[in-house]
Ligand binder design. Structure first.
Ligand code: ADP
Ligand code: F6P
Length: 319
């Protein structure tokens, strides 16, 4: 293998730049040429491919977002779209591809691998919802962004003795809501993986007030319902007035944490090693403090959220 390429795809995540840097520098270190594909699969189909040098990825390790930019590209889900991409890869003499993204991006990488083109996936998403790896790039940074927001909201919640509902990203996965809720001492956490009972939420709020709590924080993952909907329910069911805060895309930006930068460096390097060793159609990940690569197909097994014990703990600690 002489020439590889790297791209970012799907929702961006802090640490993607650090991973691009690692792929480029490790590739060059190993004697490869490395190109960057801009704007995800859309850019691949359009041939937005340029060579990168060690200096091209200087001064990005600390930056959020992705210097290669990203996209959501429905056309790539079609065989015709993927054939356009494959033609571009062949045209540019690229023999291996590192795709940094979430599970949707990994589906694209798996399809390319099945078509005979060597691909390696690097998990980059704040959702932490990739099977087979304990952590994804961006999760730690986003978690700390949410915790910072909770702490600030707690100040004003206490001053006014209010109940706040904070809506956190996560359509299908509750990791961010759960971890942030536990770290921020939230009274109630609603995640897509667990059912919720409005009566129980009301009881917990009342119990808290009865024992003298000055405020309450509820965290809701966007996949459960909007914070505004939850506020409406609490008002309808029990006449409880709340304030709502939707954190939105703030969670996707910002300078990556130290953990995410180190993870990105290790993931990027491992992805290049896997390509050189001929292990295509794999994802890299971190399992029990060890960097691994494993078949991309495992990503699409039914998701096992290993952190659900944390959900039960959060209830025990927020009495
Ligand atoms: P993420 O990678 O963050 O999960 P998306 O789900 O939007 O984000 O996926 C990113 C891109 O991956 C999509 O816009 C599409 O181009 C590609 N993709 C998603 N699903 C498939 C699929 N089944 N086959 C091929 N490509 C796909
Ligand atoms: O997958 C990352 C994520 O931030 C999800 O948490 C969220 O539901 C989604 O992307 C938002 O996507 P978009 O930026 O396209 O609105």
């Amino acid at each position: 293998m002489k020439k590889i390429a790297v791209m970012t795809s799907g929702g961006d995540a802090p640490g993607m730049n650090a991973a691009i840097r690692a792929v480029v520098r490790k590739g060059i270190y190993e004697g490869l040429e490395v190109s960057g594909i801009y704007n995800g699969y859309q850019g691949l189909m359009d041939g937005k491919i340029e060579p990168l040098w060690a200096g091209s990825v200087g001064d990005i390790i600390q930056r959020g977002g992705t210097m290669l930019r990203s996209s959501r590209c429905p056309e790539f889900k079609t065989p015709e779209g993927r054939e356009k991409g494959l033609r571009q890869l062949r045209h540019h003499g690229i023999e291996g591809l590192v795709v940094i993204g979430g599970d949707g991006s990994f589906r694209g990488a798996l399809e390319l691998s099945r078509a005979g083109f060597p691909c390696v996936g690097v998990p980059g998403t704040i959702d932490n919802d990739i099977n087979g790896t304990d952590y994804t790039l961006g999760f730690d940074t986003a978690l700390n962004t949410v915790i910072d927001a909770i702490d600030k909201i707690r100040d004003t919640a206490t001053s006014h003795e209010r109940t706040f509902i904070i809506e956190v990203m996560g359509r299908d996965a509750g990791d961010l809501a759960l971890w942030a809720g536990v770290a921020g001492g939230a009274e109630t956490i609603l995640i897509p993986e667990r059912p919720h009972d409005p009566a129980e939420i009301v009881n917990r709020l009342r119990q808290g007030t009865d024992r003298g709590k000055k405020h309450s924080i509820l965290i809701v993952a966007e996949g459960v319902m909007t914070a505004q909907e939850l506020a409406g329910k609490l008002m309808d069911v029990a006449g409880i007035e709340t304030r709502v805060s939707v954190l939105g895309h703030i969670q996707r930006g910002g300078t990556p944490s130290g953990r995410d930068r180190v993870l990105a460096s290790r993931f990027g390097a491992r992805a290049v090693e896997a390509l050189i060793a001929g292990r295509a159609g794999v994802a890299v990940g971190m399992r029990d403090h060890t960097v691994i690569d494993y078949p991309l197909t495992e990503v699409f097994d039914e998701r096992e959220n290993k952190d659900l014990a944390l959900f039960d703990l959060s209830k025990e600690l927020s009495i």
